[in-house]
Design a protein around this ligand. Sequence first.
Ligand SMILES: NC(=O)c1ccc[n+]([C@@H]2O[C@H](COP(=O)([O-])OP(=O)(O)OC[C@H]3O[C@@H](n4cnc5c(N)ncnc54)[C@H](O)[C@@H]3O)[C@@H](O)[C@H]2O)c1
Length: 325
Amino acid sequence: MLVLTRSATMGLLELEEVIEAVEAAFLLHGRGHALEARRFPVPARDGGSFHVVAGGLAPPGAPATFALKCNAHFHSADGSPRMQGAIMLADAQTGEPVALLDSRVVTGLRTAAVTAVAARRLARPDASSALIVGAGRQAPGQVDALAAVLPLRHVAVHARDRQRAEAVADHARRRGLSATTAPDVRAAAARSDVIVTVTTARAPVLTDADVPPGCFVAAIGADAPGKQELDPVLLARCRVVVDVLAQCAAAGELAGALRAGTMGEADVHAELGAVVAGRRPGRLDSEERFVLDSTGTALQDAAASVLLLERARQRGRGRELDLAS
Ligand SMILES: NC(=O)c1ccc[n+]([C@@H]2O[C@H](COP(=O)([O-])OP(=O)(O)OC[C@H]3O[C@@H](n4cnc5c(N)ncnc54)[C@H](O)[C@@H]3O)[C@@H](O)[C@H]2O)c1
């Protein structure tokens, strides 16, 4: 198996190519050519937890890949959040492990990519203004994802920490976008064609009244039981597209709406793969409000990791290791 450290995974992939790979993965899922996607948390001591994400891709006529990611969410001694982890890839026909890699680069790229894949189908094609709620590790990639697929001109960033919001706004400016920080999240939401929520919030940051007609909301932050960024009434009044239904029902925004009784699973518009495969419609008019409920899937991890592995081999990166020796 090829072992890739964090530094060996850096600078190998562009977001644009990961967007195409992740789109292809959801197409396979929508056509029934994917392994079952699973995701579950394992609580550790002292408030930390391990998040296990497993599944894979089985394209017809091409090698099938299993991906198993374990990301650990702990706090450093100074109280700041710390995420680290690894991805194992295996041949899904023989079971042979083929790669072990640090998960940080893949997680960032594939989390941004799913927003782009959904925005292509669920945002208004003329969407030019975006609000990013949250200014952590994943926030800059979300700006990049929207800019890659929409005619984006303006980005507002809302975060509890003004300096971190300013850093994400700076990132947007470096891309040539106009960008501001937004102390009032509701006022900024009302002016936005697209909203990305990418926080660790455990209570809604946006309600039904905050999201204007025609808006596309990518809800990225809620990826574990108890996390929630959107009010359950808002969710019930939008068309909801989930990455994988079972995952979202257990741990996404959908879980909050199911608990509150504002939605049943049958009220979900579609899984993203069904929209990508054309089995369910995406946006049909300019007034509809769409929500993507993203919990993060092994489809994305497999797609981005396979691409990364191919590139690493071409560039001679990493170290071969025979685990079974
Ligand atoms: N869906 C996915 O595939 C996926 C992938 C990676 C991370 N995530 C999740 O996305 C979230 C963000 O990840 P990150 O790595 O950027 O986290 P991070 O810890 O680096 O940053 C979190 C940000 O959220 C802000 N925040 C928390 N509560 C808030 C609130 N109530 N209102 C406004 N801002 C608030 C914090 O101030 C910080 O800016 C996490 O919950 C993470 O687990 C999801």
